[in-house]
Every structure is written in structure tokens, then in C-alpha cells.
Design a binder for this molecule. Structure first.
Ligand code: CTP
Length: 391
């Protein structure tokens, strides 16, 4: 699966460094070329000899150990298809976020302009430190993928979030990242995500449980496939592309309209409220003596249908969340809306859909063809959807 791929692994000084030995073996067994760069502190936890034997390559630590005419931090950055830093300490993450290049690993990171994945591991208080979180946000907004640490018993004796995520998760994330085709180069992809928020008064609103994760995963996958991406969302995300934050269905429609003509793909993963309150109350509504309260609602525009009615060259993908009769409802919906594809998911299952990190969907096209994608992390499903609609 990884034949001919060049993986650069940066190891920093955390107890989880020993776990990376198994990961290197897995990469090697699957055909990758692995180059390891360790910080001086990493070698307190794992030996150079072990890393050298497993990677079948010399392991580099110091910066001024030049054997070739090209400085190592530049040649290593150039030859790698992906850079993985695992475990990444708060120190190394913060240095990379601020452009500090004071050892070989951080110098390579500074010169690296391809896909970077960071798997942090640290004490939970360090993880929760706002400075560390701000540095992570900054790197995320620049396109670095973070594999969040897990909660549990930490080597420092604390119980909390900070443990390196599983080796399987790191492995599959690297494989996934190396799998992207560049099919969307030169294309503009507009994605919507999250549930719209329809205000009742200044303190209350109507909304739904959509987390926005599926749309965010699609926007990320489109970016990885080379597209210019615009994410129109009701949630807070950080990413290296244009994000337009909206609230209501009307806001969302206005934001899409601004991007519509120049876009090639529109992917409506948002859960748009079908109705909004007819009379928004400027002041907080007061409780009355009445036991019942009737709110009058009016229909929101059907954004997806409106786009399909006026489309010229765009490929338009709708989503449908159903709690029963998934495929029958989906078939009716694709005909009613007129979109090119409809991605259907079953929200009655707790292990997929809304807040979950996994999903399992069926993709319908206009001709009636249905393709089922097996349960997988949302980022895998996202790539598969984009690959499928580009076949
Ligand atoms: N959608 C939209 N505008 C709306 C409602 C839905 O653009 N006012 C879009 C959603 O973003 C999604 C698709 O339509 O891509 C299907 O949404 P869904 O809520 O399943 O369909 P509805 O048309 O609202 O039908 P119903 O709620 O009756 O199942």
C-alpha cells in the first residue's frame, strides 16, 4: 500500500517515543521508505540503534552533521511525501507554530511544505494550556492535521487527555493522506456544514444536532485533492481555506449565492432548518400565564433545490439524513431536489451519523444507481465520496 512512498518521521522527547518503533515496522512492512529524525531528548526514551535498525536508514539528530553538499533539513524536506511528528511534545509543537528552527527536526518542519501530521502526547495540563491550544489552532489553520491525544492514565501519574493516540490511527491517517488523488486541481468546491440556527429572540433559537463534521471532512478532502475550497458553516473550524461562518438558512443561502457562479462542485452537507420563526422578537420573550405557547413558523427556502433549478455547469451533491426507510426516502428526495448525487445516511444508528467520527452512507445518482460505502472514519468517507463523483 505504501510502495515507494517516502515517510519522514520526527520523534520528540516523550515516553510514547517507544511506541513509534512498532509504527516504523508497519510502514516498512508495507513498502514505505522511512527516514527518522529525532530530537536530542527523544533519544532519552528510545535508542538511535533501534530506530536505525527498524527504519533501515541512518537516524539523524544534530543539524551540523553535513555529509552531502545540501543541508539535511532541506534535502529531507524535499524527498519526503509526508512528515509525521509523533509523539509531538508541547515544546516542539509550539516551536513549529512560531517558526523556531533550533534543531534538525524543527528546521525540517520549517522548510516542509507538503502534508504534515502531528500526533501530540503530553501531560493533560500542558495539553489544556491555552498557549499550546492556540499554537495548535494556528497550525491547523495552516493545514497541519492533528491526531488528538486520547484520555486515560498518563505516564506522569495524571488521568486526563494527553496520551498518544493509537498506532493504528496514526498508521491509517498516514495511509489516508498519501491516498489522495489530485483530481480536483483547478476546481472550486463549495461545501456547507452544520445545523442552521434560527433565532426566536435574543437568547433562544431552533436548531438541530448536526455537528458539521461530515461537511468539514469533505472540505478537507477536497483541499487535499487540490481544489480551491470554500466551507460555509455554522460551526467553528480552522482550516487552510476560506471559511464563511453563517447562522441561519437565509445567511447560508446568501453566502452560497456569492460563490455559486464560480464554483464547480456544491456539496450541501449542512442540516438546513426547514422552518424559521415568523416573527423574531427583538426583546427576550416573557413567560405568560398561559400554559401553552404557540410559535408560528414559516418555511425556509429549499437551498439545494434552488441551486439545482438554476445550475449551469456545477455538479451538485445533496445529503439526506433519514431515521427510517433510508433508500426509499433518498430515491424520492433526489428526484424532488434534482441534484446530481445524494448521499444518504441513517441517523437512527448511534454508531454513525451526527456527532460520531464515523459514517456509513449510500450514494445515489440520477440514473438510480446506488453505491454503498462501508462504515469508516468520516475523513475516509469524505475522500470516497469525492473520488466517486469524479470517476
Ligand atoms: N436542504 C436545503 N434547504 C432546506 C432543507 C434542506 O438545501 N431548506 C438540503 C440539505 O442541505 C440536504 C438536502 O437538502 O443536502 C436534504 O435535506 P433533508 O433535511 O434531508 O431534506 P428536506 O428537503 O428538508 O426533507 P425532509 O426534512 O422532509 O426529510
Amino acid at each position: 500500500m505504501l510502495n515507494g512512498k517516502n515517510i519522514l518521521i520526527g520523534i520528540t522527547g516523550g515516553i510514547a517515543a517507544y511506541k513509534i518503533c512498532e509504527l516504523i515496522r508497519k510502514f516498512k512492512k508495507n513498502g514505505a521508505n522511512v527516514r527518522v529524525v529525532a530530537t536530542p531528548n527523544a533519544l532519552n526514551f528510545v535508542t538511535k540503534l533501534t530506530l536505525q535498525n527498524l527504519s533501515q536508514n541512518e537516524v539523524y539528530v544534530e543539524e551540523f552533521n553535513v555529509k552531502d553538499w545540501r543541508p539535511e533539513h532541506i534535502s529531507f524536506a524535499d524527498e519526503a511525501d509526508i512528515m509525521l511528528i509523533a509523539p509531538a511534545t508541547a515544546n516542539t509543537i509550539s516551536k513549529i507554530a512560531t517558526g523556531v528552527a533550533d534543531n534538525l527536526l524543527t528546521s525540517i518542519a520549517c522548510a516542509f511544505n507538503k502534508k504534515m501530521i502531528i500526533a501530540p502526547a503530553m501531560n493533560c495540563n500542558m495539553w489544556n494550556n491555552p498557549v499550546v491550544q492556540e499554537n495548535i489552532s494556528k497550525l491547523r489553520s495552516l493545514g497541519v492535521e492533528f491526531l488528538e491525544p486520547e484520555s486515560g492514565f498518563l505516564a506522569c501519574g495524571y488521568i486526563g487527555k494527553g496520551r498518544l493516540c493509537s498506532i493504528d490511527k496514526i498508521y491509517s491517517s498516514v495511509v489516508e493522506a498519501l491516498n489522495y488523488s489530485k483530481k480536483l486541481e483547478g476546481k472550486k468546491v463549495v461545501v456547507t456544514s452544520g445545523g442552521t440556527i434560527e433565532d426566536i429572540d435574543p437568547v433562544r433559537y431552533i436548531s438541530n444536532y448536526s455537528s458539521g463534521k461530515m461537511g468539514f471532512a469533505i472540505a478537507n478532502a477536497a483541499k487535499n485533492m487540490g481544489a480551491e475550497v470554500v466551507l460555509i458553516t455554522t460551526k467553528n473550524f480552522e482550516a487552510p481555506y476560506k471559511i464563511v461562518k453563517v447562522k441561519s438558512a437565509i445567511d447560508m443561502q446568501n453566502a452560497i449565492d456569492k460563490e455559486f457562479e464560480t464554483s464547480d462542485y456544491i456539496i450541501m452537507a449542512a442540516a438546513v432548518a426547514d422552518y424559521r420563526v415568523k416573527n423574531y422578537s427583538q426583546q427576550k420573550m416573557k413567560k405568560t400565564n398561559d400554559d401553552n405557547l404557540v410559535l408560528e413558523l414559516v418555511k425556509n427556502p429549499d437551498i439545494l433545490k434552488g441551486l439545482c433549478d438554476k445550475k449551469t455547469h456545477q455538479i451538485i451533491v445533496g445529503f439526506c439524513a433519514e431515521s427510517e426507510n433510508l433508500l426509499n426516502n433518498a430515491k424520492e428526495k433526489i428526484a424532488k431536489k434534482g441534484c446530481d448525487y445524494l448521499v444518504a445516511n441513517d441517523i437512527s444508528r448511534a454508531d454513525i451519523g451526527f456527532s460520531s467520527d464515523d459514517n456509513e452512507v449510500s450514494i445515489l445518482d440520477k440514473s438510480g444507481k446506488i453505491v454503498k460505502l462501508d462504515k469508516a472514519p468520516k475523513k475516509v468517507i469524505a475522500r470516497q465520496i469525492l473520488e466517486y463523483i469524479n470517476e
